[in-house]
Design a protein around this ligand. Structure first.
Ligand code: GLU
Length: 371
């Protein structure tokens, strides 16, 4: 049954995002591991030649800049991290380009910040540009724009970026290559779980700290990324990037790494953006009845709202919670100030309470994603 899943996932994959972790392509001394960049580049080209639309999300800018700048270990201050990233990124993209060139392909450097993905126009532009590149002899290589995205270096990681890129491109499969074989059942025995149906608390408890010295990820961030992609209807595989021919073997259906199955139908692009790319500006708490209605496909009305948190405007993304648990996200038709006046009230009272009633629904089901 489970291996059948894997075959079905591979068979439906047309577009593929491959995330390469720092530990996979850099050395402990802080340089690029050229042999590894070469191995992976050749595999990316091979998959492309087999007809897959391949996009890489590659870390390693900081990891490669460390040695170049004569630093002894990964620095801890932001300016030093940014300096290392600025120097290392050119080495990184240059190395991919050199290897791709041998096979007649170019590397396209795309550096993104979280803000780029949150802006709807830029989001669509990025998606159009990548779609165009995929029709040329080009393999896009994406990384965070580390020198400008201060928060990114300090708080997030390329696993999240890779999941958001997977969502943006509606890629059917995200392969995250790291220094471990997959999600371990038990770290002592190094036995991995072949298939995960859902990233729940039990699965999260297995994310022991597997961070490398040079990267920023670890299993915890991989599970979060897997949750984002699988909740949008795509599949994720976490595997060891140093296993020879790993990408080719995975795409031939070999049972390597941990496969995370999609937990829903494939969502439309706009819903992915609302549900996972935009960060919520506030919280709306609803009662049980409303949460059940929403789960069965209805819109949120003011009558089901019990409490509002945060300061948000009309059109902002909000989290929807019931019993303190977040179960959906959506665009609010009303500001937090307005909602504080109409919460718990029937829609017929909105015009009287606010002097205007642009919508019956507080969050329309078309603008909502169940988590
Ligand atoms: N963007 C960073 C780099 O290229 C890596 C971030 C991460 O490892 O998650 O070095």
């Amino acid at each position: 049954m489970q291996e059948g899943h894997r075959k079905a996932i591979i068979a439906r994959t047309k577009r593929l995002v491959v995330k390469v972790g720092t530990g996979v392509i850099t050395t402990r001394e802080g340089f690029l591991d050229m042999q590894q960049v070469g191995n992976l580049s050749t595999q990316l080209v091979e998959l492309r030649n087999k007809g897959y639309e391949v996009v890489a999300v590659s870390s390693g800018a900081i990891g490669a800049g460390i040695g170049e700048l004569g630093m002894k270990k990964r620095p801890t201050t932001l300016p030093e991290l940014q300096a290392a990233a600025a120097v290392g990124q050119s080495k990184l993209i240059g190395a991919y380009d050199d290897y791709f060139k041998v096979h007649g392909y170019h590397a396209a450097q795309i550096l993104l910040t979280r803000e780029d993905l949150e802006d709807r126009r830029r989001y669509l532009n990025i998606s159009n540009t990548i779609a165009k590149l995929l029709r040329m002899k080009v393999i896009p290589v994406i990384n965070e724009n580390d020198t400008v995205s201060v928060e990114e270096i300090a708080f997030t990681d390329n696993d999240t970026l890779a999941a958001l890129v997977t969502n943006l491109l509606k890629a059917e499969l995200l392969i995250m290559l790291s220094s471990v074989d997959g999600l371990y059942k038990d770290p002592a025995h190094k036995e991995i779980i072949p298939v995960v149906d859902e990233v729940n608390e039990t699965i999260e408890s297995l994310a022991f700290n597997s961070k490398t010295d040079l990267g920023t990820g670890g299993m915890h961030s991989k599970l979060q990324a897997a949750r984002v992609a699988t909740s949008s209807g795509e599949a994720v595989i976490v595997a060891n990037g140093r296993t020879p021919h790993i990408l080719i073997k995975i795409m031939q259906g070999e049972p390597l790494g941990t496969l995370f199955l999609p937990t829903t139908e494939r969502l439309q692009s706009r819903k992915r953006w609302i549900g996972f790319t935009l960060r919520p500006k506030g919280r709306i708490y609803v009662d049980k009845g409303a949460s059940e209605a929403l789960s069965s496909g209805k819109s949120l009305l003011a009558s089901g709202i019990t409490q509002i948190e945060g300061d948000f405007e009309r059109g902002d993304v909000v989290s929807l919670l019931c019993d303190k648990e977040e179960f959906a996200k959506g665009l609010s038709n009303y500001s937090s100030e307005e909602l504080n006046k109409i919460k718990g009230q029937p829609s017929s009272q909105i015009a009287r309470l606010l002097g205007t009633k642009p919508y019956d629904e507080v969050v329309h089901r078309d603008n909502m994603v169940l988590l």
